[in-house]
Write a protein that binds this ligand. Structure first.
Ligand code: CA
Ligand code: CA
Length: 145
């Protein structure tokens, strides 16, 4: 796996953003993707830190979801906000994690993220259905840093 800039092409990034738009039509939850080279701490801790840096903890229903990827470390973390964790079972993200993992193992990073995002939308739908007056609370752009 190469550097962050080489991880996805511009076209692939657009496809991922489209997947976020699609997923967010199923749920009031807000999904974001963050890419960086590597973490100097535990990846779960770092994902939580990024979650706050991106102010993802500020959604109305505390239902932001971060898919964090440390490209050079070959690690990813799905972090869901408190509002989600309060109502879902502990293994809630397992299916989505498996979907991403199986693609990443084969080097299909774009497809892993797209399917992971769509899976998140489907899983969240039951607990946080889309609302008619939905606001796009968090940018759909991929963040890097
Ligand atoms: Ca929304
Ligand atoms: Ca959004």
């Amino acid at each position: 796996m190469g550097k962050v800039e080489e991880f996805l092409s511009k076209e692939e990034e657009q496809e991922i953003i489209s997947a976020i738009v699609t997923a967010e039509k199923n749920t009031s939850g807000e999904i974001r993707v963050h890419l960086e080279a590597s973490a100097d701490k535990d990846h779960s801790e770092r994902a939580l830190e990024v979650f706050h840096l991106l102010e993802m903890n500020a959604t109305k229903d505390a239902n932001g979801v971060l898919i964090y990827v440390a490209v050079n470390d070959k690690k990813f973390v799905i972090y869901g906000d408190k509002g989600i964790n309060d109502v879902v079972p502990k293994d809630f993200w397992d299916n989505t994690k498996d979907v991403i993992q199986s693609h990443f193992k084969k080097g299909n990073f774009k497809q892993g993220l797209i399917d992971g995002i769509l899976s998140s939308g489907q899983e969240l739908k039951h607990h946080f259905p889309y609302q008619q007056d939905d606001v796009d609370e968090l940018s759909n752009e991929i963040s890097k840093g």
